[in-house]
Design a protein around this ligand. Structure first.
Ligand code: PLP
Length: 398
């Protein structure tokens, strides 16, 4: 006898309804604000976007925010506004959504990928340092799942070597590093407001910075290169005339989207608190499982708990990762995978990347399953997930 107490988990009845992966949390306030916008006569970028940008800047602790059509657009415009292009290299992680790497190619620069750390899935600063050369212009750290990267080391290194840091904070609204909100630390930070994100506008993105000049460049680039947007031209006191000062793009955030965002943001802290409650239930219920590794809490900050990624040891199970996800689906629980490392996608292989290039990312990805985590989940839903995971592990353990 080991002397340890055997923990028993009562079997739960089979679920009747499927548990979604990450539906949005929309209240009457968002619906009313959208209706108000539709009735107002101003649908595109205007007063609601201005308000949302102001509120967002206050929440993340930056002096300036710009609403955009997506985080992808924000990352791309950031590179363009910083003058990064052909001949330049940008260092980032393979353990991310393809958009992080695609934008470097869109800007005409070369993506240089470096492996991640085993514990938190985030870019390894040691490897960033080794990858820097005279062509390196920027680093794009990704706060995977909402776990803040080691920003002290990345920031110090970038400063010493004269590099820009553009944080991909698609997952990280509300995350903090050493008591400071993500959004207040680097030259530029970009958040996603996609439908599955902690704070959503359906689709959308938000760029944050203290560098007003840089943000003015982004603002111009995001709307055709015009020196004034329509609201500034047609609001009382405005003038119709404008100039085109750059061959810009079209990726502004509309007032219909911002109407949703204003109320989402007001509930950001309450929604994060609910996410933390679910995380605590998962920790209690899955903590003792030997074949499963839980995501760590940050040692120097606050997690935004956009995702709950667990890593299973499939060498000790008779099913693989895809089989595990199918078994969860059979129990009416929809899980996901974050991520298939970018370098393994067929397009990226044509650039010379190959399996084995980033062994930590590849190993993590093979074992990773993202469990449902969203604010409207009940405690019972979380218990169902725990019951299903434990059942599958017990049934298929070697
Ligand atoms: C890490 C990461 N970066 C960038 C993006 C792109 O965000 P968006 O869909 O807002 O363009 C995503 C989207 O999921 C993401 O997960």
């Amino acid at each position: 006898m080991s002397g340890e107490e055997t923990q028993c988990w009562p079997k739960r009845p089979a679920r009747q309804e499927a548990l979604s992966f990450s539906p949005p949390d929309i209240t009457q306030a968002e619906i009313d604000e959208v209706a108000d916008t539709l009735r107002s006569g101003w649908l595109t970028t205007g007063p609601k976007t201005q308000q949302f940008e102001r509120d967002f800047a206050a929440y993340v602790g930056s002096s300036c925010c710009l609403g955009l059509g997506s985080a992808t657009a924000g990352l791309f415009l950031g590179l363009k506004a910083l003058g990064i292009g052909p001949g330049d290299e940008v260092i980032t992680t393979p353990y991310t959504f393809a958009a992080t790497v695609n934008v470097i190619l869109h800007a005409g620069a070369k993506p240089v990928l470096v492996d991640v750390k085993q514990d938190d899935f985030n870019i390894d600063p040691e490897l960033v340092e080794r990858a820097i050369n005279h062509r390196t212009r920027a680093v794009i750290p990704v706060h995977f799942a909402g776990h803040p990267c080691d920003m002290d080391r990345i920031g110090d290194m970038a400063e010493k070597r004269g590099l820009d840091v553009i944080e991909d904070a698609a997952h990280a609204i509300g995350a903090e590093y050493r008591g400071k909100r993500i959004g207040s630390l680097s030259r530029l930070t970009v958040f996603s407001l996609h439908a599955v994100k902690n704070v959503t506008t359906g689709e959308g993105g938000m760029a944050a910075s203290d560098d007003v000049e840089l943000m003015n460049r982004l603002r111009t680039l995001c709307l055709h290169g015009m020196d004034k947007d329509a609201w500034r031209r047609f609001a009382p006191g405005g003038r119709w005339k404008y100039d085109i000062v750059a061959p810009g793009y079209k990726c502004n955030l509309t007032d219909i989207q911002s109407a949703i965002g204003i109320h989402q943001l007001r509930r950001a802290e309450a929604m994060l608190a609910r996410r933390r409650e679910i995380v605590a239930i998962y920790r209690r219920g899955l903590g003792g499982l030997e074949l499963l590794r839980l995501p760590p809490e940050p040692s120097r900050g606050r997690h935004s708990w956009h995702l709950f990624p667990v890593v299973l040891d499939f060498s000790r199970l008779r099913i693989d990762r895809d089989g595990f996800i199918e078994q969860l689906a059979d129990r009416k629980i929809i899980a996901n995978v974050h991520y298939q490392p970018v370098h393994l996608f067929s397009y990226y292989r044509t650039l010379g990347f190959k399996p084995g290039d980033f062994p930590v990312a590849e190993r993590l990805s093979r074992g990773e399953v993202t469990l449902p985590l969203y604010t409207r989940m009940t405690d019972g839903d979380a218990e169902d997930v725990i019951g299903a995971v434990r059942d599958i592990v017990n049934t298929h353990a070697k």
